[in-house]
Design a binder for this molecule. Structure first.
Ligand code: FMN
Length: 137
């Protein structure tokens, strides 16, 4: 099974989560700013944060370049101060481009200034790994 893990990060949280799940899946986490090639992927994990209530435009633009024909299913993992904020725009773009997105998403606490300090923490990262274990079977 071909698995890819990609992330967009401003503060490093998504990179941390992406690296932990990529490690679990035996692949390398790829930064979308490095324009990774996504080809023939069974499972695509997309890790990101929420900024000003939205997903990062750079991430959405990158996703618009993907070929819906070569990606069987996407899973979304999001950290935010909101803790349970889902990546609605990411889902919308993928759906528009014909990429099936699993209903089940992973969300956890992120941090910004004094909000959610020290998150995502060890437990958040472990929970992300458990999420991936539960959906990858
Ligand atoms: C510029 C900026 C704006 C943010 N705006 C929001 C927001 O509107 N709502 C929210 O829940 N979290 C917000 N956050 C918190 C981030 O979503 C959270 O820290 C997330 O873990 C960041 O992931 P990253 O380090 O991978 O970019 C913001 C963070 C930054 C840096």
């Amino acid at each position: 099974m071909n698995i890819s893990v990609i992330y967009y990060t401003k503060l490093g949280h998504s990179k941390k989560i992406a690296q932990a799940i990529a490690n679990e899946l035996g692949v390398k986490a790829q930064d979308i700013r490095e324009n990774p090639e996504i080809k023939d992927v069974d499972l695509l994990y997309i890790v990101s944060g929420i900024y000003g209530g939205k997903s990062a435009p750079e991430l959405l633009e990158f996703l618009e370049t993907l070929d819906g024909q070569v990606i069987k299913r996407a899973y979304l993992l999001t950290s935010s101060c909101g803790k349970t904020t889902r990546a609605a725009e990411v889902r919308a773009v993928l759906t528009e481009f014909g990429i099936p997105v699993a209903e089940k998403e992973f969300t956890c606490q992120g941090a910004f200034f004094f909000f959610g300090m020290r998150h995502p923490n060890k437990v958040d990262i472990q929970n992300a790994v458990h999420f991936v274990q539960s959906v990858s079977q």
